[in-house]
Design a protein around this ligand. Structure first.
Ligand SMILES: Nc1ncnc2c1ncn2[C@@H]1O[C@H](COP(=O)(O)OP(=O)(O)OP(=O)(O)O)[C@@H](O)[C@H]1O
Ligand SMILES: O=P(O)(O)OC[C@H]1O[C@H](OP(=O)(O)OP(=O)(O)O)[C@H](O)[C@@H]1O
Ligand SMILES: [Mg+2]
Length: 282
């Protein structure tokens, strides 16, 4: 049975459960459940604090985990990222009151408040900056106003929290984060159960990012049309009853679908339609 760690709270937990559900796995019915078994898929899910997931996975008791890249790095645990999941995207940045810090070097001698001490201490050391780090559990944006620190380092998504606290970002982002699948460093990369789990999640990612496009076009326009819709391998082309016409079917990135439909129309393709993909194995 594959043992998987899933975030039980916070920004990662809802989208992680949704993705696992889309991949065909049973998920817990209520938020107090800490462990469920999905017997059909031979998987056991452990609902753990997002911060603890890398530590559990590194210990070897759980095969894989879903967590944030920033949390993985912050933990310093002996675990590695094997698949990015495309949700909970954020940057991790320094911020301070406008006009107080102009670049990384100005952090020397200052106090930086953060919930991610591991990332920040590592970043400061890498840049040879001697600054103090104070650990806070959350709401770190308030630390400056209350005099605990002159600088904060925190997750930034829309920037609303910083703006509301009257702060601005300082220097380049420390890192880009998103939800990721992790496993213990050095674990067997060919474990068939893990591979099957990853294929299922990849299927969800493809279903979320691609649509199926169908259209009819004249044989003379086929090469131009296929250049617009190359598909993942190669498009399916079938003859139509009307001589001189073919039907084409290919997967296209959902974000580009409208532009591709316009371009296909311009070269004479007709009956252009898209349909959602619900599941996929590449
Ligand atoms: N606003 C956000 N947008 C995107 N990702 C976020 C956001 N806030 C936190 N994250 C991500 O969520 C993970 C942290 O999860 P965690 O549950 O510890 O904190 P949280 O989501 O802030 O929840 P809480 O603070 O309520 O406990 C990190 O990977 C972080 O990058
Ligand atoms: O750039 P934004 O879109 O504003 O998002 C970033 C904010 O979201 C998270 O906070 P959360 O609400 O989880 O509270 P916390 O600080 O207690 O973790 C994070 O710690 C930032 O404060
Ligand atoms: Mg938070």
């Amino acid at each position: 049975m594959l043992r998987i760690a899933v975030p039980n709270k916070g920004s990662l937990s809802g989208p992680a459960a949704e993705m696992l559900h889309e991949a065909g796995y049973q998920q817990r019915r209520e938020s107090k459940e800490l462990r469920i078994v999905d017997p059909t898929n031979e998987v056991e899910f452990f609902y753990l604090r997002p911060r603890d997931i890398a530590i559990y996975v590194a210990s070897g008791q759980l095969d894989i985990g879903l967590t944030g890249r920033d949390l993985l790095i912050d933990s310093g645990a002996d675990a590695e990222e094997i698949l990015p999941l495309g949700f909970a995207r954020s940057t991790f940045r320094y911020a301070s009151k406008p006009g107080t810090i102009s670049g990384l070097a100005d952090l020397a001698g200052k106090t930086v408040a953060t919930s991610y001490e591991g990332i920040v201490a590592g970043h400061l050391a890498d840049h040879g900056i001697d600054a103090s780090v104070v650990h806070l559990d959350g709401a770190v944006e308030t630390a400056i106003q209350l005099g605990v620190a002159q600088v904060i380092a925190d997750v930034v998504e829309t920037g609303t929290s910083l703006r509301n606290a009257g702060l601005e970002v300082v220097a380049e982002p420390i890192m880009q984060s998103e939800a990721v699948v992790i496993r213990r460093t050095g674990a067997d990369p060919d474990d068939p159960k893990v591979q099957q789990f990853l294929r299922r999640l990849q299927g969800v990612l493809v279903a979320r990012t691609y649509v199926m496009m169908d259209y009819d076009c004249r044989v003379e326009q086929l090469e131009k049309a296929v250049a617009l819709t190359p598909g993942l391998e190669s498009p399916t082309v079938s003859p139509l009853h009307n001589e001189g016409w073919v039907a084409v079917r290919a997967m296209v990135p959902a974000k580009e679908a409208q532009r591709i439909m316009d371009d296909l129309y311009d070269i004479g393709a007709r009956a252009i339609l898209t349909t959602a993909i619900h599941a996929c194995r590449l």
